[in-house]
Design a protein around this ligand. Structure first.
Ligand code: GLA
Length: 387
């Protein structure tokens, strides 16, 4: 955390010059440890909420508008409140805010004129969920003192992204931002919408490495994977009657009937079904402090994403392959939606400096880009930001 509530309030007043009281809300990004693309298949995921967060400072206004300012981009945009219900996406960062405002309104929450100042520390396009952090921070700010059930809020933000922004995402990012807890990862069951804590061994650091690339393919491929997983369910349903998602297909059923499937849905199903099992194994290994097993599962998950789900890329594979050869690195894998962004690494505390040095040298030598490192300390979920 690099900002203070006072600083945000001060910066807010510099931009908006309002006499009204300012309230500040914080929503963290997340790093997913394991369980990738399983969320929209009603499966299991295991993220941690990050210290890196999006902050939304808000004050009431009399201009009849939703006025939003991004500190990172230095730009302001205005939307008439009375036109909110009929607005369509502009295909920029404001869509996350407007989408959330529109859905809140549809859910019966009165959205009143406000000035909204956004400051985000979550790097965009990095796979650390800057969009969910922005959605959740904006939603909390617009709600103010009006309460809303956290799960309902996570679903509302997810719907804003799926329906307004147009990315058919699962619930993981918004859920992790709202339910994350200091000092622990959470294992989320994306079918029952419940979670349990997964304590990580103390002799371990979780380091995210930003490849500094995000390939164009990312959002179109995401929708394609959602569709391919649906096809896989349709092909497997005759062997598991009543199955509505890949979560309903036991590994034994998949193994027995996979030869009758078309090649692409078969690969996608193999990733999702094996990944759900890896999430459970990972949680068990973490609870018993079995670092080699946690590392093995990380690498197996990466290979599955690389070859079966086919959402990795050259830069990310290079980062993983380089990392796992470094002494003191238990495991490495891509994290997030895919096609760039970050890897997540399980590193012995004594090896972190050497890890960062060697990754920087190798990666910049090969791709002429300097990677960034984030120490992923499990942090608190979203809420009012108090000094
Ligand atoms: C993105 C989506 C999530 C999830 C991940 C992949 O972050 O927003 O819902 O599907 O990709 O695990």
């Amino acid at each position: 955390m690099t900002v203070s509530q006072n600083q945000l309030e001060h910066d807010f007043r510099e931009v908006f010059r309002t006499p009204h009281p300012v309230a500040v809300f914080r929503a963290p990004g997340r790093v997913n440890l394991i369980g990738e693309h399983t969320d929209y298949n009603q499966g299991l995921v295991c993220p941690i909420a990050l210290d890196l967060a999006c902050y939304a400072a808000i004050a009431p206004a009399t201009h009849g508008k939703l006025r939003v300012y991004s500190a990172e981009l230095g730009e302001t945009h205005e939307f008439e409140i009375r036109a909110l219900a009929s607005l369509s996406p502009r295909h920029d960062w404001t869509d996350y805010v407007v989408g959330v405002a529109q859905l809140l309104q549809r859910a019966g929450v009165e959205v009143t004129p406000v000035d909204l100042y956004i400051h985000s520390e979550v790097p965009r396009g990095s796979g650390l969920s800057s969009s969910a952090a922005l959605e959740v921070a904006s939603a909390l700010a617009l709600l103010g003192n009006r309460g809303m059930d956290r799960l309902e809020l996570a679903k509302l933000c997810q719907q804003a992204e799926a329906q307004f922004v147009g990315l058919p995402c699962g619930i993981m990012d918004q859920y992790a931002s709202l339910f994350g807890r200091e000092g622990t990862a959470i294992l989320i069951d994306c079918r029952s919408y419940t979670h349990s804590e997964v304590r990580l061994p103390s002799n371990l650091r979780v380091i995210a490495v930003n490849s500094m690339v995000k390939h164009e393919l990312a959002s179109s491929a995401y929708g394609q994977r959602v569709a391919e997983c649906r096809e896989a369910v349709a092909e497997l349903e005759p062997f598991q009657p009543g199955a509505t998602s890949l979560r309903d297909i036991p590994l034994t059923v998949f193994e027995r009937f996979q030869d009758s499937m078309s090649p692409i849905p078969r690969k996608r199903a193999r990733h999702i079904i094996s990944e759900n099992a890896r999430v459970l194994d990972f949680a068990a290994a973490a609870q018993s402090g079995d670092l080699p097993e946690m590392g093995r599962l990380f690498i197996a998950a990466h290979r599955s994403l690389q070859y079966d789900f086919e959402i990795s890329c050259e830069e990310i594979d290079f980062l993983v392959d380089t990392a796992i050869k470094i002494k003191g690195v238990h495991g490495a894998r891509m994290t997030g939606g895919g096609f760039g962004g970050c890897t997540v690494n399980l590193v012995d505390p004594s090896a972190v400096m050497e890890f960062e040095r060697r990754i920087t040298a190798a990666y910049s030598g090969r791709f002429r880009k300097t990677p960034l490192f984030y120490d992923c300390e499990p942090s608190a979920g979203a809420g009012r930001f108090t000094p």
